[in-house]
Design a protein around this ligand. Structure first.
Ligand code: HEM
Ligand code: HEM
Length: 178
């Protein structure tokens, strides 16, 4: 498989970045809701000690992805089975997903910075965790998480529709089932 994309298929770098972020993203959603429903602080600290660095890694990978698509590679054209409006909706969902993921990472980092949770989670400071809801970025984090779930649901539904109804092998463009 070539590193760069062709006119009808994603290249190795684009495929790797897509699936690494997709897997981390699903784990982050599970960890995020587990953190916010955890009743004791030590469990929440343990979850956040993974949630925060993995979220930071997603930020780095997402910036790398934007750099890659802007300066190094071009996405394949929409498949011929796709109408113009569908391809516009797909692009809007992709941009929305990237924006939601960036916003989640940045609001999460802001939340740690403002609340002093970093010293408790990473510095072993034995204080009790702050109530994150007293900091504004917590609301942004909650809204963006729900927006991202909605967009991923649309995105996956579209992928499944292509795969099983249109049978145009769309997933193969993203490296699945070649
Ligand atoms: C977990 C199930 C997922 C499936 C089955 C899936 C499937 C796909 C497929 C088949 C494409 C290629 C569309 C084309 O042929 O042009 C694609 C592109 C894309 N997907 Fe996903 N995806 C998933 C998760 C995610 C997640 C969680 C994100 C959020 C970051 C995401 C963001 C994108 C973006 C931005 C593109 C455009 C190409 C790119 O920039 O890499 N996907 N997806
Ligand atoms: C990049 C992707 C990220 C995703 C997908 C994500 C997802 C989530 C979700 C789904 C929740 C629960 C939301 C709710 O209950 O309303 C959450 C909570 C939280 N996240 Fe993230 N997050 C990300 C990044 C980060 C980062 C980078 C940090 C910190 C550096 C962070 C810190 C937190 C904190 C402190 C909470 C609140 C826990 C609580 O209320 O007790 N997140 N996250």
């Amino acid at each position: 498989m070539a590193w760069k994309s062709t006119s009808d298929s994603y290249g190795g770098v684009g495929i790797a970045l897509h699936w690494i972020v997709a897997v981390l993203f699903v784990g982050m959603m599970v960890a995020g809701f587990a953190a916010s429903s955890a009743t004791d602080d030590s469990a929440k600290v343990a979850i956040l000690s993974l949630h925060a660095p993995i979220g930071f890694a997603i930020l780095v990978l997402t910036v790398a992805r934007i750099v890659w698509w802007t300066w190094a590679d071009r996405k394949p054209a929409a498949p011929s089975t796709v109408a113009r409006w569908q391809s516009r909706v797909a692009t809007a969902v992709h941009v929305g997903l990237m924006g939601a993921v960036l916003g989640l990472a940045l609001s999460g980092i802001a939340l740690f910075a403002l609340s002093g949770a970093g010293a408790i989670v990473f510095g072993g400071d034995p204080q009790t965790l702050p109530d994150f809801w007293t900091f504004a970025p917590r609301y942004g984090h909650a809204v963006l998480a729900r927006l991202a779930i909605l967009l991923v649901a649309l995105h996956v539904a579209a992928a499944l529709y292509h795969q099983f109804v249109l049978k145009d092998h769309l997933l193969a463009r993203m490296g699945v089932g070649r």
